[in-house]
Write a protein that binds this ligand. Structure first.
Ligand SMILES: Cc1cc2nc3c(=O)[nH]c(=O)nc-3n(C[C@H](O)[C@H](O)[C@H](O)COP(=O)(O)OP(=O)(O)OC[C@H]3O[C@@H](n4cnc5c(N)ncnc54)[C@H](O)[C@@H]3O)c2cc1C
Length: 382
């Protein structure tokens, strides 16, 4: 006999736990819920950064906040005030623990651990047992993501260190959003620096490219940056973080049949041109929960098609190496106010607000890329 629930949440990562947060906010924490994952989260497997105006849902566990962001490219350096936004850092482990504490008070929540054998329409299978629900929300990818020409497919990959300098080195009021003053080697390569205090910071060497590097290559890039730009010869590495985020316009399935919805990265919430996902997950979960609370069928939030088009154009520029990433981001930050750029990347701008942003880019290069994206879309339809 299959065990029955109101909701099954497959995957207790950012999306699964965010969905439960929003369910609780909507007064739905008394429902019969099954939450599944491979294993309990016991270490800090990732750190999320995002920008937000005002207070957000996880304000109590935000680790650091910055009101100013720095951008550097060869020949151009600027520090911006980003009001009304604040750039925030949330450590994975703080988030998991915070949610664990809250979920311990849910009266009818069941948590199970193991490798999911199947996620189907309205059911999941774990260790030979089938569980069914009115609604299944899955952040477990339906299949491994692989390149699918003619769609664009890049990876955002990075390796970083939380390091401790022997003397005051960082300005804790300013996070370095992107620093392109590193060897580009024909790719998009940059470093970001998130200072915790004057001596400690997360320094992350990041690429947008088709292929991963060896551990040694990321670390060589990190060492060179720390030496040349931070001016540090001695420091201690306190923690290491590494990750790979898909940057692709391959369409992700929004649902599996009628009763199962994909959430998080598996549900296409990673922004193709930047890799930022956390805030989009909040928007998606909020939208789904609003529908549930109103007794309607849950569905992903609507998203204007033009933003997906802009993302594809930027991916096309990078994948076809039409224009260096350092120049593209420099043009943007040189010509437009940083809060407008952040609003645009958040997909919250109106078309009228977007025009000056689009015209701040290299128009001939981006027009060619846009025509290519349109031609690829037509070829896919044939
Ligand atoms: C290192 C790293 C840093 C990132 N930093 C940022 C950032 O700064 N800002 C930002 O916006 N985005 C960031 N991202 C991207 C994105 O926000 C995260 O990947 C986010 O965790 C995605 O949430 P998710 O719930 O979709 O996936 P996850 O958080 O990965 O959750 C999926 C869950 O499903 C479970 N699972 C998967 N397969 C199975 C299975 N077969 N059986 C059982 N359980 C399974 C996993 O154990 C996991 O807990 C980062 C990603 C990484 C990898």
């Amino acid at each position: 006999m299959a065990q029955r629930f109101d909701y099954i949440v497959a995957g207790a990562g950012a999306a699964g736990l965010s969905l439960l947060h929003h369910l609780e906010q909507a007064g739905l924490s008394e429902r019969r819920v099954l939450l599944l994952d491979r294993a309990p989260k016991t270490h800090n497997d990732r750190t999320w950064c995002f920008w937000e105006a005002g207070e957000g849902p996880f304000e109590a566990v935000i680790f650091r906040r910055w009101g100013r962001l720095a951008f550097h490219a060869p020949g151009f350096s600027r520090t911006f005030d980003i009001a009304p936004y604040t750039y925030k850092m949330l450590r994975g482990l703080d988030f998991y623990r915070h949610m664990d504490e809250r979920l311990a008070r849910w009266p009818r929540l069941t948590r199970l651990y193991g490798e999911l054998e199947a996620v189907g329409d309205g059911f999941v299978r774990l260790e030979g047992q089938t569980y069914t629900a009115d609604w299944v929300f899955s952040s477990v990818p339906s299949s491994p993501l692989a390149p699918r020409p003619p769609y664009h497919h890049l990876l955002q990959h990075f390796r970083g260190w939380v390091l401790e300098a022997p003397h005051p080195t960082f300005d804790p009021g300013v996070a370095t959003f992107m620093d392109f003053r590193v060897e580009q080697q024909g790719e998009v390569r940059f470093v970001y620096v998130l200072p915790f205090d004057e001596r400690r910071a997360l320094v992350e060497y990041t690429l947008f490219s088709a292929h991963l590097l060896s551990e040694l290559e990321y670390e060589a890039g990190l060492r060179a940056y720390i030496h040349e730009e931070l001016g540090l010869r001695e420091y201690r590495v306190l923690e290491t973080e590494a990750g790979v985020i898909p940057m692709t316009d391959i369409p992700f399935p929004a649902r599996l049949g009628e009763r199962t919805l994909y959430i998080g990265t598996a549900g296409g919430q990673t922004k193709a041109s930047t890799g930022y996902t956390f805030q989009r997950i909040q928007r998606q979960c909020r939208h789904i929960v609003q529908s549930l609370a109103q007794g309607r069928e849950p569905a992903p939030p609507p998203s204007p098609a033009r933003f997906a088009f802009y993302d594809s154009v930027l991916l096309n520029v990078f994948a076809k190496k039409r224009y260096p990433g350092a120049h593209a981001f420099r043009d943007l930050f040189r010509r437009r106010p940083a809060p407008q750029v952040l609003k645009f990347l958040d997909e919250s701008t109106t078309l009228l607000e977007e025009l000056p942003i689009l015209f701040s880019m290299n128009v001939p290069v981006f027009t060619l890329a846009a025509l290519d994206v349109l031609a690829l879309a037509v070829s896919r339809k044939r």
